[in-house]
Design a protein around this ligand. Structure first.
Ligand code: SD4
Length: 337
């Protein structure tokens, strides 16, 4: 049953919103979640890590004026992509083991439209290229040289993304690393952002330079729809950060959304996905994975919330992981009250 239709129908009846969905198991179980329209927290935007705070401000400018979630998430993560001081996303991202900065990004809207680019070089804002793939091609994902060629054709400027700071870090790494790529929880950070707009539509964006010093050509979860990001306007949206290989193995973000569809809170859905990763991996050394999730009602709770009040915003710092190294931060920006 389409949520949107329900919203319209039920608003006319007395401002209640309902969505219905069925379980993944063969024993079809219907779960109905209902909420008064007035209790839906919108607009709202959430994002990962410290850099997300600045990104949230850019999205909030759009959302607070009634703009779309899609425009908001693109504008938000672009801030992080263009920040040369951030070494894990876009310009200034740490390179692969050959010294090349390769970027992964994807975007998804409330109608299941999606676009992605992977292993893209020399383009500062991969999220906008991903949006062009979504809106101006029949495809979902472009990679490598093809993605770059497409970007240039669409008017994106060629930019050297390897800053002095990142080059120095890479050169230092080469001295000690014996040219072996490392999976290290210190060396990666993605910006993932999810938003629910005034019209009740969800969108999400995810963008990263991926794991530092990775093998050239390596693509993580971040540009993969269903792994790094998934949005279903009937249920919710989720985004992952951390070791991409582990997230891909369980189709992480789509699992979180499916669990929310079946009635779980964003909090429990994220925990279950993390637990699934724990169950499926024998070796958890250096493993760091986290999810953020936002449901159709604007709920984005997660374990161990610490509330911070800031001018006009409510920001929550969240520690998300259950058993192993965990320090995933969720920034939430919503109307006060
Ligand atoms: C990747 N998931 O390339 C990304 C990196 C990341 O926090 O999210 N780091 O595997």
């Amino acid at each position: 049953m389409k949520t949107r239709r329900n919203f319209i129908k039920l608003t006319a009846l007395g401002s209640a919103a309902i969505f219905t969905s069925s379980c993944l198991t063969s024993e079809k179980k219907n779960v109905t979640v209902s909420k008064l329209q007035k209790d839906i927290k919108k607009p709202i935007v959430i994002s990962t890590w410290n850099h997300g705070l600045e990104a949230n401000e850019a999205s909030w400018k759009i959302l607070s004026k009634g703009g779309t979630a899609l425009d908001a998430v693109e504008a938000g993560v672009k801030i992080t992509e263009s920040d040369p001081n951030n070494t894990s996303v876009g310009l200034g991202g740490l390179p692969d083991r050959d010294g090349k900065v390769t970027l992964d990004a994807c975007i998804m809207d409330h109608e299941n439209n999606c676009g992605a680019v992977a292993c893209l070089q020399d383009i500062e804002n991969p999220i906008s290229v991903a949006r062009k793939v979504m809106e101006e091609t029949q495809h979902v994902m472009l990679v490598g040289e093809g993605a770059k060629q497409f970007a240039l054709e669409k008017g994106f400027k060629e930019t050297n993304l390897l800053t002095e700071k990142s080059k120095e870090a890479w050169e230092k790494w080469k001295e000690e690393s014996k040219y072996q790529p490392v999976i290290n929880s210190e060396n990666h950070d993605t910006i993932g952002m999810l938003a629910l707009d005034e019209s009740g539509n969800l969108s999400g964006a995810c963008t990263t330079s991926g794991m530092a010093y990775k093998l050239h050509g390596r693509v993580g979860d971040s540009p993969i729809i269903g792994a790094g990001l998934f949005v279903d306007n009937e249920a919710g949206a989720a985004c992952a950060t951390g070791v991409g290989e582990a997230v891909i193995r369980i189709a992480g973000s789509s699992i979180v959304v499916e669990l929310m569809r079946n009635g779980m809170s964003p909090n429990d859905a994220c925990k279950e996905a993390v637990n699934r990763i724990i169950r499926k991996h024998k070796d958890l050394a250096n493993m760091q994975v986290g999810f953020i999730a936002l449901n159709k009602f604007g709920e984005a709770d997660a374990p161990e919330l610490r509330a911070l009040m800031a001018a006009g915003f409510v920001l929550f710092l969240v520690t998300l992981l259950v058993n192993f190294i965990a320090n995933i931060i969720i920034n939430r920006t919503a109307r006060k009250g």
